[in-house]
Design a protein around this ligand. Sequence first.
Ligand SMILES: NC(=O)c1ccc[n+]([C@@H]2O[C@H](COP(=O)([O-])OP(=O)(O)OC[C@H]3O[C@@H](n4cnc5c(N)ncnc54)[C@H](OP(=O)(O)O)[C@@H]3O)[C@@H](O)[C@H]2O)c1
Length: 235
Amino acid sequence: MSSTSNTGTSSSSSTIGIIGAGHIGSAVAQLAVDAGLDVVIANSRGPETLTDLVSALGPHARAATADEAARAGDVVVLTVPLKSTTDIDPEPLAGTVVLDTGNYYPQRDGQVAALDDGSTTSSALTQQHLADSSVVKVFNNIYSESLRSLARPSGDAERTALPVFADDEEAKAVATAFLDVIGYDAVDGGDLAESWRAEPGRPAYGLPYAAGEDFTAAKPAGADAVREALARAER
Ligand SMILES: NC(=O)c1ccc[n+]([C@@H]2O[C@H](COP(=O)([O-])OP(=O)(O)OC[C@H]3O[C@@H](n4cnc5c(N)ncnc54)[C@H](OP(=O)(O)O)[C@@H]3O)[C@@H](O)[C@H]2O)c1
């Protein structure tokens, strides 16, 4: 990815900014460096607290502040608890495709009336906060360890699919290209208003990728299985 564009991930020179270095952030970082992409990763406490992580990730990864990761990324993964989303400065993310992995867990995030009554989705709220970015909901419905273990090359019979939701079709295409590079197919789930279909408690949340009751035991799930799970969701 080029020095001139902040979209697309087809080239091995792409840089992925990652804001949030926890379970999902570090899993996406690992998949990205494995795919030959550069990663700039941040947490809330500062780059000096990420030394072990970036050294494990290797020379394609560096730690930074959230502001630096936002500016460095051709695509930026936002993977912080929902309650922390409003702490993220929208300015350095303006014009950038932001992949939002967030879920609403009231016990962690506090009650949000508009989510409790189903009148919006957590990613629509994130899009509202990051008004000048193009938000894509992705990675929210798979356990982080399954995300690490289920990546497969394009065309593999056991390739797993993840749903993507966005209001901006170009941003959805960018997310789809990124997924392809790191080892996943994409299922177009619709716009952000539809992303409740992959939210916690719905059939597409964790279950397609779980072997039996134990959601920590990973199982590949192709596009048809994911589409079917999204279609079965009830609000
Ligand atoms: N865990 C899963 O398997 C999973 C799966 C799918 C989706 N999700 C969702 O994805 C999101 C992230 O989950 P997670 O499990 O990866 O969380 P996590 O392990 O708790 O990690 C959260 C990360 O966000 C960072 N952070 C918090 N506030 C920040 C801020 N203002 N600026 C920069 N970084 C900040 C934290 O940094 P510090 O440690 O320095 O505070 C930490 O690195 C959540 O909404 C979660 O529900 C999780």
